[in-house]
Design a protein around this ligand. Structure first.
Ligand SMILES: [Fe+2]
Ligand SMILES: [Fe+2]
Length: 190
């Protein structure tokens, strides 16, 4: 498997872990929850979606999906939908980050707004990931040979400012330390 393809698969796994953490914390806003939500976890997880998946993962997929559109495939409608969703997800990520940052800064935001927006964000991300996993990712090994992966890598390097995953590769912000430990602990409890 080419390193780019490997990275895309790891990203999906990591995003699924983060969405589970987010979902768990958002459920803590419910009136019958045993504890309060950990806002630091929520804010860090949302920040991560803004600084990595939206800056590397989705732009890298854009390069790959556009190449797939040039092939003879039945999945073109799905590919076009996924490309449009990358734009929508990017806008929604900015919006939800602003909303939770406002709440974290002690400004008044209604709990209903926080919970509804967060649940919509989680389900948008999950539906997008599931569609890619089910219909598109299985095609990647079939369609691209080693030479095309090399060309894809060159194109991504030229078009996307590649930076390492700031959470799972090398923790780049001290705020992510708590999030990282939370994810590791959640995985241990499974
Ligand atoms: Fe995507
Ligand atoms: Fe993806």
């Amino acid at each position: 498997m080419h390193p780019i393809q490997h990275q895309l698969h790891s990203d999906h796994h990591h995003m699924q872990l983060l969405l589970s953490c987010l979902s768990q914390e958002i459920d803590c806003f419910d009136f019958d929850s045993q504890r309060s939500p950990d806002m630091e976890i929520v804010v860090s997880a949302l920040d991560y979606f803004h600084v990595y998946p939206d800056k590397w993962h989705h732009p890298a997929e854009d390069v790959i999906f556009k190449r797939l559109l040039d092939k003879k495939l039945d999945e073109k409608v799905i590919l076009k939908k996924l490309l449009r969703e990358h734009e929508k997800i990017s806008l929604e990520t900015v919006k939800i980050n602003q909303l939770f940052q406002t709440a974290a800064d002690d400004c008044i935001v209604s709990v209903t707004d926080l919970v509804n927006n967060a649940r919509e964000f989680i389900s948008l991300q999950r539906a997008h990931l599931n569609t890619e996993n089910e219909f598109i990712y299985p095609l990647l090994s079939e369609i691209f040979d080693a030479d095309e992966w090399k060309a894809i890598e060159t194109e991504i390097k030229a078009e996307v400012k590649i930076h390492d995953d700031p959470l799972f590769n090398k923790i780049s912000k001290k705020e992510y330390k708590h999030l990282y430990n939370y994810i590791i602990d959640s995985e241990k409890q499974k």
